[in-house]
Design a protein around this ligand. Sequence first.
Ligand code: 7PJ
Length: 284
Amino acid sequence: MVQLNNPNPNNYLLGIDLTFKNPQIMGVLNITPDSFSDGGRFCRIENAVEQALEMVNSGASIIDVGGESTRPGATKVSVDEELERVVPVIKAIRLVSDVVISVDTSKPEVMRQAVKAGASLINDVYALRQPGALDMAASLDVGVCLMHMQKDPDTMQNKPDYSEIIDEVGSFFHERLQACQQAGIAESNIILDPGFGFGKTLAHNLKLLAQLKKFKQYGRPLLVGLSRKSMWGELLGKKVDERVSASVISALLAVINGAAIVRVHDVAETAEALTIYKALQLAN
Ligand code: 7PJ
């Protein structure tokens, strides 16, 4: 695997200590027309804020606001539509809470307006590979999560193929860290994510989780999203609404294996698991 010469020991980002000793919960807030009751625009925003506050009260320190689904086959959303979905919600959350707000987007203009509205982390499943994204992230000077994905959301689950997945994801991190450095993005702003389910088979996902610690050599906090993913459907034969246990158990395993942040839907349940984990660490 490619080694970085100077892994940056500074893991204090977004006002949070992002070491494995202090694992953080990122709560998922999807803003799509069908994700909230159909009571018009204001009702949608109010609903989203309520859901965000509930996640904060349950133990989330980051809320990830997303307006475009990245699931295979999901319809694409225009810049204007995505802006209309996420910007009012980010503004409204910012008015009532100082929680860290992350924007799940790959579009430079959405990054710009989301940060202006109060977001301080860009969560980009394309790892700033879309035109203009690197320069935009550099100019905004906020946190950036670089996620690994093989191919794109429409093609990624069509025979994912690696000669050595740990090496290939590691090389990708190395390449993106260099691209960020060249664009002028501070290394201390960067979080890395192996991208579970994004161009990976069940076997690939399991290997990444089992060997997650290897990615700590890059010296950056690791973010992991395993919540409700189809890999649990495949392994356990569970439908999406029956994957809470799998999600909580795998979030805990990810933290034990070095994740600094877990991106989850079931915040309260995950917080219980992490509270037990932290209590055990203190007792040791
Ligand atoms: C991830 C994500 C993930 C990061 C999604 C889903 C699919 N962002 N956005 N990592 N997954 N950073 O939640 O099932 O794993 S959307």
